[in-house]
Design a protein around this ligand. Sequence first.
Ligand SMILES: N[C@@H](CCC(=O)N[C@@H](CS)C(=O)NCC(=O)O)C(=O)O
Length: 251
Amino acid sequence: MPARLYVVHGSHPCLTVEKAFDLKGIPYKKVELPASSQPLVMKLLFGGRTVPGVKFDDGAKVQGSRAILRALEDRVPSPPLYDGPAGAQAILDAERWGDDVLQSIPRRLLWEAFSKRRGAMYDFQEGGKGPKLPKPVVLAASYAVLPVERRLNDVDDAGVRADLAALPGLLDQVDAYIAEGVLDGEQPNAADLQIAPTIRLLYALEDVRPLIAGRPAEAFAFRWLDRPVATVPAGALPAQAEVPAATLPAA
Ligand SMILES: N[C@@H](CCC(=O)N[C@@H](CS)C(=O)NCC(=O)O)C(=O)O
């Protein structure tokens, strides 16, 4: 039986792992959990509450995007995910930054934006495995899903404003990794696979898109990935001018 990859549709670390499976040419079956069910289901199956998780054909269970990429590298070393002109340590450091620092930002911004634009949740079903739920059902479900997701992802007004204020600096860091050759080499490495899906999800927020457009980070993200089909229309997040200067990072 092929490996089973547990995902939630639209999750950026799940996309990281799907791309790594494809790159390595390892067959897998995707198990798509319903949105917001993962804390319960994943805890039962893997011990931790988040997707992605993989059950390998030999029975091994691995949870978390970075741990799964390492497990894939051990099983199928070629093409290598931790090799490149910048060196393995630089790739590992950028991968960790992508996971520990950047990854949570679009999650918080997305759930805040969905709270203001519930209708956009309907479009985000695009590309999922199951049948698309009708819009009234999605809207009704949003009243149950949004409070859960906001709690799981620590979404509050101050956090959203701090994320927006931090974003230009974080995108500068992505551009710097590209300039240094840590990201965007000939073949995608583990850091590319970790960071590009996060940029892609940020790009799906029309309020955030202008911060990315025209940067090296934009061309980098869409070199490996399709542009998002679904977006959250502008006006869902506070305008940059409304972010208090005190929350902006020091120049
Ligand atoms: N940083 C971890 C965590 C991934 C993560 O937080 N996944 C989200 C979906 S994008 C999740 O399952 N959240 C559920 C929760 O926080 O309980 C990874 O890269 O695997």
